[in-house]
Ligand binder design. Sequence first.
Ligand SMILES: Cc1cc2nc3c(=O)[nH]c(=O)nc-3n(C[C@H](O)[C@H](O)[C@H](O)COP(=O)(O)O)c2cc1C
Length: 179
Amino acid sequence: MSEACVESLLKRRSVRVFRDEEVPLESLLRAIEVARYAPSAGNRQPWRFVIVRDVRKLRELTEKLHHAGPLATARAAVMVLANVDESPTSYMVDTSLAAMYFWLALHCMGLGAVWIQTLRNVEEFREFVKAPNNYIPIALFAIGWPAEQPEPKKRKDLREITYMERYGIPLSEGTLDLP
Ligand SMILES: Cc1cc2nc3c(=O)[nH]c(=O)nc-3n(C[C@H](O)[C@H](O)[C@H](O)COP(=O)(O)O)c2cc1C
């Protein structure tokens, strides 16, 4: 495994403030192209992407939904939607994976982004892109060139989240020193 690849994953941050500089459509399309390679149950690929580059629409949404604040400076947004009928059991997981691939692809291109919660206001977000009722908005990404470099957020310790062989058996002392 390449250490550069791991380093890149560790450097991704949620970026919420953006420079006033255009985001090329080609970059967004490239990131969606990459997202298509996310795994999905039965390879059903229930995801869809809606690109919104009308900044007036983005600013309006910020005013309506306070947690959509990062859209105030974003130069683009992409909504990731799941088609419930195409994968009734796995649409949520599959589409979240595609959303994460999309985010990581943006990060690899130097673009900043943050995942804005859509699941508390499904109707409003669906209406925002005029999606039919059998689509669930899984994520809305506010996207732009970063105007901030956030510090890494604190993470739970490895020992707090990892067990050996069965739930509840902690990593023994010294395990973390193994190669
Ligand atoms: C499902 C999901 C919903 C999120 N919703 C929001 C949101 O509505 N607004 C926001 O500013 N950040 C949101 N975030 C970003 C998280 O706050 C962020 O990922 C977390 O604090 C860790 O920081 P990092 O992404 O910089 O590592 C969301 C992230 C996920 C995965």
